[in-house]
Design a protein around this ligand. Structure first.
Ligand SMILES: [Zn+2]
Length: 307
């Protein structure tokens, strides 16, 4: 009997080893290696071996706390729709925002430009893209950029409450699980405020973030780089929110335009802030009157598609 038992155990062990090895091979082929190589994510070799799981968890918890403080929006903005901050004319701050990522190539390029210029921006991520490119999402958070919610499927159509809740909550969950970031910023796809998403977000402590100027990089006929730069520079004003894209298609023109946009705005005296920072500055200035930053959607009738 004992020999039979031993033989069965051995067979089980062999099967387990083979299955484990195949699983590892598959994950190496399709999961870990490919995105790492493609995206050039920095992972120091020594870290992998030396850092215990417990240490890693502590570090990530500390990082999350710091990150989530950075993401805090003053309470007065919860449940509102923001197109831009209302600031004094001499408060030359502007917020760059990037939608539809994280993407396999352009997001990393944009992060590099932001790093080089020591600028922080806000990335409105699609849940499904976070699922496909978790390492890129992690890198955005690790760089100290702010992350906002851009729903799971990027649908424009009308949604019932359950669908809207699922679009927003599933994205919030994967952003949190992947990066440790809890966000209360929502940018509705296409800027549509009347399809159920914004209503759900507003009643669940989110701030709905629109934009006051755009590069035009997601238009059907994407403008050439000089036009994109001009689009942003000509409308620059204190408290503006600039719409750009790091995903949803090839954004190589955005990558090309970004350094010129940064230089041009700096030449006009602007410094760059994230959306939470922008709202904190407005809250501190105490010049906002109730509803002054809330405008109705029909003022931007042509700006809604392809965002
Ligand atoms: Zn979008």
């Amino acid at each position: 009997m004992s020999n039979q038992k031993l033989s069965v155990s051995l067979k089980l062990l062999i099967i387990t080893l083979i299955t484990g090895a195949s699983g590892l091979a598959i994950s190496l082929l399709f999961g870990t290696v490919q995105p790492n190589d493609l995206l050039r994510i920095k992972q120091p070799k020594s870290d992998k071996k030396k850092v215990t799981q417990e240490q890693a968890m502590t570090a990530s918890t500390e990082a999350s706390l710091a990150t989530n403080q950075m993401n805090q929006v003053p309470n007065k903005f919860q449940g509102t729709v923001i197109y831009q901050a209302k600031l004094q004319a001499n408060e030359k701050v502007i917020a760059l925002t990037f939608d539809d990522g994280p993407g396999p190539k352009n997001t990393a390029q944009i992060l590099e430009i932001l790093q080089k210029n020591q600028i922080k921006a806000t990335f409105f991520m699609i849940g499904e893209m976070v699922k496909y490119f978790p390492l890129v999402a992690k890198q955005v958070a690790a760089d100290g950029e702010v992350i906002g919610n851009h729903t799971w499927h990027h649908w424009y159509r009308h949604m019932d409450v359950a669908t809207a809740a699922n679009e927003i909550n599933s994205t919030a969950d994967i952003i949190y699980q992947t990066t440790g970031v809890k966000t209360t910023l929502l940018r509705p796809p296409g800027g549509f405020l009347n399809n159920g998403l914004a209503d759900y977000a507003k009643s669940h402590e989110y701030t709905v973030i629109m934009w006051s100027e755009e590069s035009g990089d997601a238009q059907r006929r994407s403008p050439q780089v000089p036009r994109m730069v001009k689009n942003v520079l000509k409308d620059a004003k204190p408290g503006a929110i600039v719409l750009m894209h790091d995903g949803g298609g090839n954004r190589s023109r955005t990558v090309q335009a970004l350094p010129q946009i940064i230089d041009g705005l700096r030449a006009q005296g602007y410094r760059f802030v994230t959306i939470p920072e922008l709202l904190q500055i407005q809250a501190q200035e105490k010049i906002a009157t109730a509803g002054s930053s809330v405008v109705t959607n029909h003022e931007y009738p042509n700006n809604q598609l392809n965002h």
